[in-house]
Design a protein around this ligand. Sequence first.
Ligand SMILES: [Ca+2]
Ligand SMILES: [Ca+2]
Ligand SMILES: [Ca+2]
Length: 310
Amino acid sequence: MSAQTRSRRSKAIVAVVSALLVFSPLAMAAAAPSGDAPRFAVVIGISEYQGRTKPTPGSAGDAAIVREALLRDGWADQNIRMLVNEAATAGAIRDALRWLVDNSSDTSFSVFAYSGHVKQMTGDRDGDGEGNDEFLWSTLNEFISDGELAQSLRALRGDAWINISGCEAAGFDDGVSSPRRLFTAASQEVEKGYERGDWGQSVFNGLMVDQGMLQGHADADGNGTVSIQEAFDHAARIAPDMTAEQRYGPQHPYIAGGDGTEWFLKPPAPPAPAGGSTGVDLVDRLVGGLTGDRAGGLTDDLSGVTGILD
Ligand SMILES: [Ca+2]
Ligand SMILES: [Ca+2]
Ligand SMILES: [Ca+2]
């Protein structure tokens, strides 16, 4: 092979590699949500239901701690739509989903959080080919199918964190998770999700949002900031043991999507120059300043698991 041919060949290889880089999904994947992204959230927590549907002791509390985490990380109060208890009708949930989609853009960061009962039904009622469908369970006992919810969530532009705390919660990830949509859920599709009456929160959100984020226990890398994935890992590590003795078996939290980087409700500032404030100082402040009597410390006390989010 002549030198010229070799050169031409290597140029061709370079061209092919460049094209692959430009068009591969990896190169197309956006980075994690940026600090100046427009941010909008819908937070649903339903503890009280009409009729004979039994209350869930943790769902309204879940909504409160998610809101607290968003506010603490600088999300504007007017950009957080809360639907708690009697406000969370199916109509209001659909309206809030439309609002979230309408406010999303290529640069926005959306949060959709749901805590409450989940209904599971056979017969492919939403026509998406699944034998078992999951449904959000509104306060008036109207149901919103996973197929309908997924269609709304897939319409979100920009980045989104979707968090579902309930039974069979992973069953809502019907084509929702993607590089720009991070999906977390309390339980696998074949599992129940449990609550802690003594916390007034679900096991999953009590561990992830309250202990993990608000109290700072999930900062595995000690950089003073808890990412969504760190908080999830904290819950995923503890929840199965905490629920091991429950009647329907333990819950194993579910995560999918994202671009492989850590996501934050508020991205951390770039690292301080050498000699500046250290991560250790920040961790001490987080842990020292925010311990409360809700989820309390790291506990392996199992007696408090009282409810099922089915
Ligand atoms: Ca379905
Ligand atoms: Ca499903
Ligand atoms: Ca961290």
